[in-house]
Ligand binder design. Structure first.
Ligand code: SF4
Ligand code: SF4
Length: 425
């Protein structure tokens, strides 16, 4: 940290000693995993800075926004429509959930066999180490998988400002109607929180802001189709992760800068790994900061990740919201249309996701798919078997990995990944 932020953290109610421990672990893994990569684009310097300041300067900015009367809303899922939040001049931040913390405390309130992502959200709250949670005026939980929806009943006792949003589980007309009703309800809750009436003009502006961010990531993603890959999967993942915290305009400008640089690399035939390095499509559960274990293993075992079929990746970013409508009703419809395309494994059946994996495999000229499931995540673990069968039927190599946030299985995972990459050569 470039400045002493301790007073600010103390005022937010953080446990300073525990928070120091967290920052130390985070800093160490960032140095080992990120800064040791070779030939990184210069533009990644901005993201290194963001990560260094993620609990410092960024929190200070959010607190300044609050002082100026803006509200901060925290979310755990890409189904929370940022367009509506932006339309009310509020700021949406992702609550990371990518590291184990205060596990003992968590296991007093949640069963041990709950997925690491949910446990992590609880651990950050119970351990009082997340300045984003403590800064948020409202936290949105969404009823997606059973683990999340039941755990919100308990989280509600820890965070009084929790707003729970229902979500459909089928892509039926009834499902779409439910999503629309929930988004209208959410819009009213955001209006109540902020005191801002959201009209068509505001919605349009919100949509444009969020689309701009998505377009920047889409541009970066499409450059990863080149061989040699101009950017590592780890760095591209980081850009996706930072999209959940950063100011959207500044973020989009920074990503565009990297894309300009990558275009130069592609023109010169330069890459981060030699041409012909096995190209991996990573598919499955979202990877929140600082969950970098599997990508790090893949890219230090002779592979390069060229795309993420994930909510922290293309599933979360590939669709834009149509901003052409001129009435509130048309724009809300456009938002519902956009989010209804997200092919999360909570939907049943979920054939679009399978189509999308195949489509990405071809578009990114991948050699194999690594399916990443978090232990005890039923939606993605069960779906991974269907994905495996379908891809194998088309002779697409696939490796299914199930893991958590611990580092105990690194050796074993590395052996499996190396064997898979060997097969692809
Ligand atoms: S995987 Fe599903 S529940 Fe998780 S963030 Fe994505 S959409 Fe939300
Ligand atoms: S990883 Fe799976 S179990 Fe965990 S919150 Fe996401 S969908 Fe639910």
């Amino acid at each position: 940290m470039t400045e002493d932020w301790r007073v600010m953290w103390e005022e937010l109610g953080l446990d300073l000693a525990a928070h120091d421990d967290l920052l130390e672990v985070l800093g160490k893994s960032y140095r080992e995993i990120y800064l040791e990569q070779e030939n990184r684009p210069q533009g990644m310097g901005y993201f290194d800075f963001v990560m260094r300041e993620v609990h410092g300067l960024r929190i200070k900015e959010l607190l300044n926004e609050k002082k100026a009367g803006r509200k901060i809303i925290g979310s755990f899922c890409v189904f929370v429509p940022e367009e509506i939040v932006r339309a009310a001049d509020a700021t949406l931040v992702g609550l990371c959930s990518g590291a184990e913390f205060a596990t003992e405390e968590v296991e007093k309130v949640l069963p041990r066999n709950t997925c690491a992502l949910i446990k992590s959200a609880f651990g950050f709250k119970l351990g009082r180490v997340c300045p984003f949670i403590e800064s948020a005026d409202m936290i949105v939980g969404e009823n997606t998988c059973d683990g999340k929806k039941k755990s919100y009943e308990i989280l509600h006792q820890l965070v009084p400002n929790l707003y729970v949003m229902d979500l459909p589980q089928t892509k039926s007309q009834e499902g779409r109607r439910l999503l629309k009703a929930e988004y209208l309800h959410f819009k009213r809750a955001v209006e109540d929180l902020t005191g801002v009436g959201i009209d068509a003009q505001r919605l349009k502006k919100g949509i444009e802001t969020v689309n701009r961010k998505r377009k920047a990531i889409q541009r970066l993603s499409s450059l990863r189709k080149a061989d040699p890959a101009p950017i590592s999967g780890l760095d591209a993942l980081l850009a996706n992760q930072v999209s959940f915290y950063d100011d959207p305009k500044r973020f989009a400008d920074s990503v565009d800068k990297i894309s300009n640089e990558l275009e130069g690399r592609i023109a010169k035939g330069e890459g981060v790994f030699p041409k012909g390095t096995p190209r991996i499509l990573l598919s499955g559960c979202p990877m929140a900061v600082p969950n970098w274990k599997l990508p790090w293993i893949i890219e230090t075992s002779g592979g390069v990740i060229v795309g993420e079929e994930s909510c922290v990746g293309e599933r979360g970013m590939r669709n834009l919201t149509d901003a052409r409508g001129s009435t509130e009703e048309e724009l809300i419809e456009a938002i519902v249309d956009r989010y209804f395309q997200v092919d999360c494994a909570i939907f049943t059946p979920n054939p679009e996701r399978l189509d999308h994996i195949r489509e990405m495999f071809r578009a990114y000229d991948a050699d194999g798919v690594i399916h990443y499931g978090l232990q005890f995540c039923q939606p993605y673990s069960i779906e991974s078997m269907l994905v495996e069968k379908a891809l194998e039927a088309e002779n697409i190599p696939i490796l299914r990995i199930e893991t958590d946030y611990g580092m105990e299985d690194v050796g074993q995972l590395r052996t499996r990944v190396e064997a898979f990459l060997e097969l692809l050569k």
